[in-house]
Design a protein around this ligand. Sequence first.
Ligand code: FMN
Length: 195
Amino acid sequence: MKSKTGKKRCQILILQGSPNPKGNTARLADEIARGAMASGAKVKEFFIQEHNIASCTACQSCQEPKARGCIIDDDMDDIYKAALEADAIVFASPIYWFTVSAQIKQVIDRFYAFVTSDGHRFAGKRIGLAFTFGGDDAVDSGCINAIRTFQDAFAYINAPICGMVYGSSGNGPVRKNKALLQKAFALGKKLAKNG
Ligand SMILES: Cc1cc2nc3c(=O)[nH]c(=O)nc-3n(C[C@H](O)[C@H](O)[C@H](O)COP(=O)(O)O)c2cc1C
């Protein structure tokens, strides 16, 4: 899609991994989207909970020499398509049991089909992360484990993470945390900038 100036608009995909459509993680993701749109980006969001996404079965079909992706026929097809079109991808998750939610983990596992011996399909995409938790800070809550998961995963495929925002909902909802929302807005702008 092109903007009024004829320049291709940056496309941002947000994968919202909280089961709560109006909760803290959703609010943080919304603010990233607002920042991105303020910079002229087009934003597409998937509320993962609403989609039929199966677990990776480790069949390894996607790793075969002439494979054309994952053979499971479900809503992940829409996410694969949106991810391929996106210039930037945001993974947003609440912290559950000291790491990412099951919804986000399900999607990450299915992105195995994007990583083959020929290379990976995240090349050139900017990655953003957003987390909320009930604990006091990133260490106490286990958010550090979620951060580390993404850092290790994207370091493994040599795709740098562009930025991250995270904060506690333990002492009040994220929607009232102006400083955190400002950081999320700024991350949205940053993700959109080089589009
Ligand atoms: C199943 C479950 C597990 C949770 N585990 C943690 C945890 O390990 N650490 C933490 O700080 N908060 C934990 N929480 C609190 C949530 O991370 C926190 O309330 C978060 O902001 C919820 O996001 P939401 O409003 O998008 O649903 C847990 C909540 C649930 C429902």
